[in-house]
Write a protein of this length. Sequence first.
Length: 418
Amino acid sequence: AEHPAAAAAAADTLAATGRALLSRDATTAGQLLADFGFPVLVPLLKAAPHHATLLLEVVYAFTAPTDDGHIGTLKLLHDALCDQQAFLFCLAKLVRLEKSFSDELLDLYVYYAVIALSMPSARVRASALSMLPVLCGSSHALVLDMLPRLQVLVEDSWWEVRAQLARVAAALLSGGDCGPLTASVTGVLCSSLDCRSPAAQATALSVASPLLADLPSLTTPCVTALVALPPQQRALLLGQKCDTMPLPVGFEDVSPLPAGSYLPIAVELIASAKASALDRLGRSQVEVLAALCSGPFDANDEDAWRTWLAEAKDYCCAALCDEKLCELMATALLPLFTFLGEGSLPGFPTLLSSLRILFPEGAAACQEAMVEFLDRLLDSGAPFAAAIASLVGGLDRDLVKTSALSRLVERVERETSK
């Protein structure tokens, strides 16, 4: 059936039949699979690879849930397909159906993975790599021993190979101690972060960002990759709701960056800008900050975010005075100021500097963005009411009366006179 729902229903019915038969007579179930199942299922596996997972679930429903049973079925499938590449694609699906691995079953998967990694088809190489994170969960050392083979692939031109390579490296780094090979495994992951393919970079960022606390050396390449991504895919990774460019087939499971990675990325972004002696941030950098500063925030990070704001103040001021960036920067700062509360007040001199630059001759868009920002901050109440009153009180009164600030001043006066 071509309709997904119909295909799933048919597969569920067959699988239920297989499980029922298996519970009564495993030998008969296996014989029926070999004699009648494979002649029907194998042509479907070749003709409809998009239904491979459903079809292979049916195969395993008729298979004894033992290592010997699965090994026997894999050998039968290999012979029935008569197509090494098709069998390797099936293995990449089947490995996720395994509940445990004996040494023999693990060796079988690794054997075919090694074969596939040296094949000319990039799709086969990518499929082989996709098996390794699963196998790593059962034998970290066995997958780590494959590092020389993985390093050969860091220059592979196919995006899916580079994306899957990142997943393998992340699985090794998170799944056990890589010892003296940690730097080499990290290098493999960084190679995918530096890949020109946005899809590979997005995947690498998704799996690398949860590792930043334990591997801070990944922070700089993560920031570089995040800033380099197209806006739509960057927004997807940063959990922003917008019309995003869909990732290629097979990568719908790329996860947004965890909130715990926001602070180290924000810190590194400003540190990198300073190290590069940038006068101001570019739009992509401010877009990243707008997402990172939108929260959620961890109360334990309050002091760190306050320190970050002090370090970033000059770049914030410059962006608030740039008509192409002012609205974006104001959007970034509002939730951060609200979170910090009194802790944000040391940043108000930066706002005063921006006000003096913007009024009376600054761009109208920047003036409006600043007034809107302060107006919304005033909505938060204490401690911002007094701080904003002091802020506007330091400006020339004649200037205030003839600018967009006049309505803000009037509101401040009303609020403070209550």
